[in-house]
Design a protein around this ligand. Structure first.
Ligand code: PEP
Ligand code: MG
Length: 841
């Protein structure tokens, strides 16, 4: 076909024009998808650059393709990596298949939200059908939406003849490993590779299929992670095309993907494949198959005004008293101390003077008790949420929960027991701690919430109940119909919709194998953690309460490698007295005993852990601000009091004191001086061992200078990872990248161990990396002397050590240090992992 027409493309947005070469994305900049231009938008509605039909609208709303009547295909892509936003911030105004006029509004977008949550707002207009183009404007400067920007030369485009000789051949089905399916960039890489073959090639997903050489057609298939796809090809080079393109699909088409291990029999036939995966963050580990049950609370009806303020005051007092009583029952029946403490904190909230003053003042102004109480709790919760502090925002949820409890008591509203089917997977915008504690674990198999965080009280309660849970999942989840079958894989933070029967069976088998393995590890928990070739490593516990210390001892802990002392004093409005602190440390020291180490970390507050009675200024970057030892040295009296209380346990255990967040040698020296002064004042001659956390890269890099001045190091991989990779440890969208297996973190661990051993000092790891069975051979191989792990995992970590060969671990560790990425490190370690602990998708 030969034509000699020309076509003008209009600016889809107002903004600043940029050449494609300057786009910080190699696939777009290399014009692999197509030639075109880029605009940094100043307007927020994307408009059609030409008349045509909407040939593809991505379900996430961030990209759209238009096919003109002359066959020209133009792709518009708002922002970079915006596929990850899962549709948030985009409002499509048109539908697929719809005819649109040039200049017609296509997608409205929230520029602020996208700028904050995606890599970039840079928006691309690309001619994917390949016509040569001539710019009508200089390559940069301001442009107005609707202004002509490009002229396409439609002449002399010869269609390349496809070879369709011979019968079609088919590839094996394969599971798509790309986190967001074949979106624009991997689809472009795939289509480009397909164009290199003469054969006719199609990509199939379920009943649908697409021309594998057409980017737009591939995008129109709307594939997602975990989809089962296969290829067909007909023509002279069909066989070669299938081999090359299958490999390309498996490798992620240019995107970094983690290998998807699939047992051959577990591959679903295309028509049975999983149709979707929603992603969140793990709040409580485990996995479960079940059926969706949506939870939503209807708003309570209440009157704003009341005639008699005296009786309204009484009504509020009575509501408060009844709620306190109900919370006491929850405390008394709580399965552990940590859970009981959550409801104790709720009782404290009911006595908060500011809150009560606010509510009673409103009653005095003529408001009803219910209205006054609701206004007061809502105002305080809004305040907590506005402070930009994640922990306080989570406490807002506690306040709303307790507020609702009192309100219902005042209004006489009974919580009707939810009739749940067996294996219910609860879905909610947000669960409250009360709702979570009240879940019937015989019926509920797990839950997923849009809100919440991995450190929220809801997450703590879910872990205590042994319920797998995900938080921060896309709001799409709220649209799922009740009864939808799902697999909740909290470990991976995913919810698989409509799972194939093979997956459910796999999950059942896995759970059975995990259960047997757990029982076996438990029976051997008291044995030492010694490799097959005789290398011993100490496995101790990370604790935050006396209850956990006691549990750790019964599970085979060889001491406590980290007592997070701040957790003893969070969620209260005044500092604990000296006697209370002494009583707490002594009880824990007795539980640990004189045969084992007790490592007490001094207060690590600030950052994500505010302490109500240590007022702190608002900080733009609290993780980079007054945290840990910095804060304590600024308020030395706090540290003196804590040292003095800890020192009272000196004879009850092998006492160690550890300083958090140490960055400078001067911090260590100042803290040591304070400790010595307190010991002198108490007449204690033998100072306890003093060590530091290695959790700031500066400390790891200067470990050779710190080592002579400490008795031990303990590596906090949680913070070390966030500071080394410059990724907030709790960022829901960076969760998969903020990975402690990153070689940069591992190199810092290696540096620390080398420096410590050169000075005869021991090194522990107390960050979450130590609690991962996958990491055990690596940490052993790097020469770490102690693993301090989350209490329930002690038996599993000890058992893992017993399966390993130390010499092999050393070789492996050296190899891994030379790798490029966390994915590569995980891939190198995976073959060593017990197959029974991994769910194979
Ligand atoms: C760490 O940072 O790895 C650590 C153990 O300390 P925390 O998690 O309490 O900050
Ligand atoms: Mg830390």
């Amino acid at each position: 076909m030969v034509t000699s027409q020309q076509l003008q493309l209009l600016a889809p947005l107002s903004g600043v024009l940029m050449a494609l070469d300057n786009v910080p994305d190699p696939v777009f900049a290399s014009r692999l998808i197509g030639d075109g231009l880029c605009i940094d938008p100043t307007s927020q509605v994307l408009c059609a650059p030409l008349a045509g039909v909407i040939s593809n609208l991505q379900h996430t709303g961030h990209a759209i393709s238009i096919t003109g009547e002359n066959g020209v295909q133009v792709l518009l892509h708002i922002g970079l990596d915006t596929v990850n936003l899962g549709g948030k911030g985009f409002t499509p105004l048109v539908m697929e298949g719809q005819q649109v006029a040039a200049g017609q509004a296509l997608i409205e977008f929230d520029a602020d939200y996208i700028a904050l949550h995606a890599r970039s707002l840079l928006t691309l207009m690309l001619v994917v059908s390949g016509e040569p183009l001539v710019p009508l404007e200089p390559g940069s400067g301001l442009v107005e939406c609707g202004q002509p920007l490009l002229r396409l030369q439609l002449a002399a485009t010869e269609a390349v003849a496809e070879d369709q000789t011979g019968a079609a051949q088919f590839s094996e089905p394969q599971i798509l490993p790309n986190a967001n399916g074949l979106h624009a960039r991997p689809a472009a890489v795939f289509a480009q590779a397909a164009k290199g073959f003469a054969a006719t090639i199609r990509l199939h997903k379920q009943q649908g299929s697409a021309n594998a050489k057409s980017l737009v057609a591939i995008m129109a298939l709307q594939t997602v992670h975990g989809d089962s796809v296969h290829l067909s090809a007909a023509g002279v080079d069909a066989e070669q095309a299938l081999t090359v393109l299958s490999e390309l699909l498996a490798s992620g088409c240019g995107e970094t993907v983690t290998a998807v291990a699939v047992e051959p029999q577990a591959i679903a036939a295309p028509e049975q494949a999983a149709t979707d995966v929603l992603r969140g963050v793990c709040a409580s580990p485990g996995s479960a198959f079940g059926h969706v049950v949506q939870l939503s609370e209807s708003a309570l009806q209440l009157a704003e005004f009341a005639a008699d303020s005296h009786s309204e005051c009484e009504r509020l007092n009575q509501g408060l008293a009844e709620a306190t009583g109900a919370l006491q029952v929850l405390c008394d029946n709580a399965p552990g101390k940590a859970q009981a403490e959550i409801f104790k904190a709720h009782q404290e909230l009911l006595q908060d003077p500011d809150l009560l003053e606010h509510a009673f003042a409103l009653i005095e102004q003529g408001k009803s008790a219910a209205f006054a109480w609701q206004s007061a709790t809502q105002a305080t919760s809004a305040l907590f949420k506005s402070l930009g502090n994640r922990l306080l925002a989570e406490r807002a949820l506690d306040l709303e929960d307790v507020g609702q409890r009192v309100l219902k008591l005042m209004l006489g509203v009974q919580d009707s027991a939810l009739a749940l089917p067996d294996q219910a997977i609860l879905i909610a915008e947000q669960l409250t701690p009360s709702q979570t504690a009240g879940l019937d674990t015989r019926k509920v198999a797990g839950f997923a919430t849009v809100g919440g965080g991995a450190t929220s009280h809801v997450a703590i309660l879910a872990r205590a109940l042994g319920l797998p849970a995900i938080c921060g999942i896309s709001a799409q989840v709220l649209a799922l119909a009740n009864g939808t079958p799902v697999v909740l894989d909290a470990d991976l933070g995913t919810l698989h919709l409509q799972p194939a029967p093979e997956r459910i069976k796999q999950l059942d088998n896995l759970r059975e194998r995990q259960h047997q393995r757990k029982q076996q590890d438990l029976q051997q928990a008291a044995l030492a953690a010694c490799t097959r070739d005789g290398q011993r490593i100490e496995v101790s516990a990370n604790i935050a309460s006396l209850a956990e210390a006691e549990q750790a001892v019964t599970l085979g802990a060889e001491g406590v490698g980290l007592l997070r002392s701040e957790f003893l004093y969070l969620d209260r409005s005044s500092a604990p007295s000296h006697d209370e602190q002494v009583a707490t440390y002594s009880a824990i020291a007795r539980a640990v005993g004189t045969e084992h180490n007790l490592v007490v970390r001094t207060l690590d507050v600030g950052g994500d852990k505010p302490l109500a009675y240590v007022p702190m200024d608002h900080e733009a970057n609290p993780f980079l601000g007054m945290r840990g030892i910095r804060l304590c040295l600024e308020r030395p009296q706090l540290l003196r009091e804590q040292f003095s209380a800890i020192l009272a346990s000196a004879d009850l255990t092998r006492l160690h004191i550890m300083l958090p967040m140490v960055t400078q040698l001067s911090e260590l020296r100042m803290a040591r001086q304070l400790l010595e002064e307190q010991a002198l004042a108490l007449g204690i001659k033998a100072l306890p061992k003093l060590g530091i956390m290695i959790e700031v890269p500066a400390a790891a890099l200067m470990a050779d200078l710190f080592a002579p001045e400490v008795d031990f190091f303990s590596i906090g991989t949680n913070d070390l990872t966030q500071y080394t990779l410059a990724m907030d440890r709790d960022h829901p969208r960076l969760a998969s990248q903020a990975d402690s297996f990153h070689p940069a973190v591992l190199r810092l661990i290696a540096t620390t161990v080398k420096a410590a051993h050169a000075h005869g000092k021991w090194v522990g790891v107390c960050g979450a990396l130590a609690s991962e069975t996958l990491a055990v051979p690596l940490l052993l191989g790097l020469g770490v002397d102690e693993l301090s792990v989350s209490v329930p995992l002690i038996p599993a970590i000890k058992a893992r050590v017993r399966e390993l060969d130390f010499a092999a671990c050393q070789t492996l560790a050296q190899q891994v240090l030379g790798l490029e990425s966390a994915e590569q490190v995980r891939a190198a370690l995976l073959p060593l992992q017990q197959p029974m602990t991994v769910l194979e998708y």
